[in-house]
Design a protein around this ligand. Structure first.
Ligand code: GYE
Length: 334
């Protein structure tokens, strides 16, 4: 054998040894990256209009966190249904595992939810409801009984003001949302049942503090508060943030909330409950925003092949100075 041939032989041996080594050392199949195992959830949120909404978003983010095994795609809609429809199409294209929808308004969901159903993605509705004939267009719902909230407020007004005449200023939420519809219905029933309850003003403040303030400034300017001294002025404000705005407007005009005007509010966020303690809000009906763990629980049931209840109502209460302490407020979580 020539030197050249010997060298080539050694080289071939080395090569086959290396090949064998690399084949033998093939590592066992790596487990998929943790990212791939996360459950993906597309969450279409109404917006950031109120303390309630901020607490609701925080609750969803902490329950559907990566540590808990979720990848949450959160999209805000600035209280616009059109934006929510766009976002739902995006979730279909992404092929998320679940869609969670906090609907702005009750109507107008048929087309987009039919598309979602065709894609096979389960839809969990949270907070407000949708009005839809074909209930198979969503999987389940969890939220509040807004009609009951309205009733609770009116029952308190009946008990507290007895037969005295009321002059009512009504600040409504986002028109067409379940929270607005139910709370307004409660007041309407009260107005029907009491001849001496007068509706002096009714307009939507879109659940925002700025709008609430604007509307009450308008009410004061137009002289719609009763100054006769024989009638009780009540502001029925469909959420806490509008109540904050109402308080600012009253104070700016030299009026004292809790003395010149009684404010009935909804949500019972901690800032508002401290105003109840101060006497500036007379009564606050609770609306619980901590839906994150509830939604997580529904997803877990679906994942296990179970059928969760179609509707889950959250238990709620209401607060006045009679049943409230600072200690209670600080333990409530929102
Ligand atoms: O009362 C209000 C928020 O839908 C229950 O929306 C929710 C309402 C809540 O903006 O503050």
């Amino acid at each position: 054998m020539t030197r050249k041939a010997k060298k080539a032989g050694r080289f071939a041996l080395l090569l086959s040894l290396l090949l064998c080594l690399s084949a033998c050392s093939t590592a066992p199949q790596e487990p998929p990256a943790p990212e791939e195992k996360l459950i993906s959830v597309g969450f279409s949120q109404v917006g950031t209009e109120s303390d309630w909404r901020v607490a609701n978003t925080a609750s969803m983010e902490s329950a559907l966190s990566a540590e808990n095994g979720y990848r949450l795609d959160l999209r805000y809609a600035q209280q616009k249904q059109e934006q929510q429809i766009v976002d739902l199409y995006k979730f279909i294209n992404q092929g998320v595992d679940y869609i969670v929808l906090a609907p702005t308004t009750e109507r107008g969901w048929e087309t987009i939810l039919s598309r979602v159903r065709d894609s096979g993605i389960p839809v969990i509705i949270v907070d407000r409801m949708i009005e839809i004939e074909d209930e198979s267009l969503f999987t389940c719902w969890v939220g509040s009984d807004f009609r009951q909230e309205g009733k609770t407020a009116v029952e308190w007004m009946e008990k507290t003001f007895a037969d005295q005449p009321l002059n009512i200023i009504h600040l409504q939420g986002n028109i067409g949302s379940s929270a607005q519809i139910g709370r307004t219905e409660g007041l309407d029933e009260g107005l029907k049942a009491h001849d001496n309850w007068t509706l002096a003003f009714r307009q939507s403040g879109d659940f925002t503090q700025a709008k609430g303030q604007e509307l009450v400034e308008e009410v004061i300017e137009k002289g719609l508060l009763d100054r006769s001294g024989n009638t009780i002025n009540v502001i029925y404000s469909e959420n806490d943030n509008m109540s904050y705005g109402a308080i600012d407007a009253l104070k700016k005009a030299g009026l004292t909330p809790g003395k010149d005007v009684y404010i009935i509010s909804f949500d019972a966020a901690s800032t508002a409950l401290r105003l109840v303690l101060k006497g500036e809000i007379a009564y606050d009906v609770e609306c619980n925003p901590l839906h994150g763990p509830r939604v997580k629980n529904l997803i877990e049931q679906l994942k296990e092949g179970k059928t969760p209840p179609k509707y889950t109502y959250v238990e709620e209460t209401a607060f006045s100075q009679d049943n409230l302490t600072e200690e209670l407020i600080s333990t409530r979580g929102y």
